[in-house]
Design a protein around this ligand. Structure first.
Ligand code: 3HC
Length: 286
């Protein structure tokens, strides 16, 4: 397996909220990054997100102008999988579809040297099933970042059935080298984070739908009562209601009725009210 010290360039597949955030933190840590998405428009949107985030970090004096410029200069974009040839590591952050992820992993397996570690940012899908699309399941691991990636400290390391211990150690050291802190989860549905977070969000939505309290009081109650930065409805809007529904449906399918998605969550997604990104979820946004 490639040593972590020998890593110079990292491929990030997906330029959405998570992919662009990952590309940004990897670039900030000093690696060259190639961020790939399926069309140029998505790649450009990824760069807009990175530019916006880097300037917030400069404004808050977390980064200097020089560090932000250097990070930005290390990140290039592409739509061609072949451009990832020669990368020393890959992190996939595409949509939460097993079929798409397996196709991407099969392509990465063909494109990158066999000792290269392939990581997936999946939030609920099985790392073991994704890994089985490759001839290197021992070098496939879950590297689950939290949104917003540049700000959130935690990264979940997900250990697939065939993931080698040295791959887990590699992923752990790599994440810590990005300034993150990690925890390990077995490859069980939702891992630690979403297995617990998604029912919390789902129950918040149900409580609102069933008239337990106003949406503001549900969020205030959880923030004041448990010292979390966002209540369940605010957090659902922040993550994206479509992503919450996808994750909850996967948990429901795998773990049964206790994960049944709230009716209101389904109705909002059907109406296209996906949270901050569409201007409306449980709250309205400019
Ligand atoms: N890039 C750079 N800086 C950012 C940023 C970004 N994308 N988002 C926020 N910031 C900075 C702000 O500029 C601000 O900096 P300052 O304090 O120096 O001025 C600081 O972070 C705080 O931001 P805000 O003042 O806008 O608002 P908050 O204090 O509410 O913080 C938050 C925002 C960090 C998102 C905070 O509300 C929070 O931690 N929320 C919970 C997020 C969370 O739980 N994420 C995990 C979701 S689950 C997940 O991702 C798993 C997936 O699989 C679903």
């Amino acid at each position: 397996m490639r040593e972590r010290d020998a890593i110079e360039s990292v491929a990030v597949v997906g330029a959405g909220t998570m992919g662009s955030g990952i590309a940004q933190v990897v670039g900030t840590a000093g690696y060259d990054v190639i961020m790939r998405d399926i069309d140029q428009e998505r790649v450009e949107e990824g760069f807009d997100t990175i530019d916006d985030s880097l300037s917030r970090l400069v404004d808050s004096e977390t980064l200097t102008e020089g560090q932000a410029t250097a990070a930005r200069d290390r990140i290039t974009g592409t739509t061609a999988m072949a451009d990832l040839t020669g990368c020393d590591m890959a992190i996939e952050a595409a949509v939460e579809s097993m079929e798409i992820k397996r196709d991407i992993f099969a392509e990465l397996d063909d494109t990158l040297d066999e000792e290269v570690v392939l990581a997936t940012n999946t939030s609920t899908l099985s790392v073991t099933t994704i890994a089985s699309a490759t001839d290197r399941p021992a070098r496939v691991v879950g590297l689950h970042f939290m949104n917003p990636v540049p700000v959130m400290k935690g990264v979940e390391i997900v250990v697939g059935e065939k993931t080698a211990r040295e791959t887990v150690d590699f992923a752990d050291e790599f994440a810590m080298g990005l300034g993150k802190e990690t925890w390990e989860s077995d490859d069980k549905p939702g891992f630690v984070s979403n297995r617990i977070l998604m029912p919390w969000i789902n129950e918040g939505i149900r409580a609102y739908d069933e008239g337990v309290a106003s949406k503001e009081d549900i969020d205030r109650g959880m923030k004041l009562g448990t010292n979390v930065p966002m209540g369940p409805l605010e957090l659902a809007d922040h993550v994206g209601l479509d992503i919450c529904l996808d994750a909850t449906e996967t948990l429901h399918e795998e773990l049964g009725d206790r994960y049944k998605p709230a009716y209101l969550l389904k109705r909002k997604v059907a109406a296209g009210d996906l949270g901050k990104k569409t201007g409306e979820g449980f709250y309205e946004y400019d």
